[in-house]
Design a protein around this ligand. Sequence first.
Ligand code: 13P
Length: 355
Amino acid sequence: MTSHALESVALTLVTGGKGILAADETVPTLTKRFDTLGIPSTEQSRRTYREMLFTCPGAAEFIGGAIMYDETIRQKRASGATLAEALTVQGMLPGIKVDTGAKPLAGSPNESVTEGLDGLRDRLKEYHNMGARFAKWRAVIRVTDSLPSGACVSANAHALARYASLCQEQEVVPIVEPEVLMDGPHTIERCEEVTGGVLHAVFNALFEQGVALEGILLKPNMVIAGKECTRPASVDEVAAATLRCLRRHVPVAVPAIVFLSGGQHARLATAHLNAINQLPIAKPWKVSFSYGRALQDPALEVWQGRDENFTAGQRALYHRARLNAAASVGTYTSEMEAASPNDGDPPHRHDWGDD
Ligand code: 13P
C-alpha cells in the first residue's frame, strides 16, 4: 500500500467533520467502568454494550471509525456477523488497539513504557484479515516537577515508531498516541513544555524508522492544566496553548490530529475542540476527536446494562457524536447541548481509568 493509499484511509476517518470512537477498553478497564454503575461485566454484557455503540443509527454521519479491543473484534452478533462487520455495514471503519499495555519502566518505576511489539507483525496480519484498517498504540507520560525522564520519553517514542512502521508495512493506518496525563497539580505551562518535548521525540523516532507521515494519525492530549492544579486554564487558554504547541511540533504532512479526551468532562472536551477549530490561525492538518470517555459516558450512563435502555443509549451516543462533529469544524455552541437532557457528565467519571 502506498503512503497515498494510507493517507486516503486516514482521511476517511475524519473527513466531513467526522471523528473516531475509541471503544477499545481492555476487559479490566471496561469492568471498572461497568462496576461504577453496577453493571455486571461478562463477555455477553461487553458485547451488547459494544453492539449498542456500533449499530447506533446515523452515527456514521459523525464517526468515521471505531477502535476495538481484541475481545471485541472477535465477537459476533446474534446474526452471526462480527462486530467489525457491524461497523462496516454502518459505514464506519474498524480499528484495533494493538499495544499490550503500559508496564513499569525498568530503572524508573513511577513511569511506564508501552509494550506489544513482539509478534506484532503477525497480529496485524490477523487483524487486517478481520477487517481492521487502522490501529492504535497508546504511550503514557506522567508529569511531575522531575518527570518525565528522558529514558521514558525515548523508550515510548521508539516503541511508537516501531509500531507505526509495522502497521504501514501491513497496510494498516497507525494512530500514534503519546498521552501526557492530566493527573497531578502541574500547570498548563508545564503541560505545554512536556507535550512539546514528547511530540518532538516522537516525530524524531518516526523519522528514524522511516514512517510515512502522510499515512498516520496523531492522537495527542490537549495542552491543559493538571486535574489538581490550583490555577485551572480557561477554554481559550487551552485552545491557544494546544494549537501553539501542535504548530511547533507536528509536521504538515500529518493528515489529521485526533485528540483523546483524557478524563475531561464530555462537554468540556467538546468545547475545547471547538475553540481550537475556531482559532483564526492556520492549521495544516484536520483537527478532530478520537474520544473514549467523552463520547461513551452519556451512553453508558443511560444504558445501565438494561435491554430496555439500548435505544436511549444509542440516542445519547448519537447526540454526543453530533456535537463533537460540530466542534471539529468549529460550529458547536453550548445551546446545542440542550437537545438531550440525558447526556451531561456523569458524576463518577473521575474514577475511570483508561487504556
Ligand atoms: P479517552 O478519550 O477516554 O482519553 O480515551 C481515548 C483513548 O483511546 C485512550 O487511549
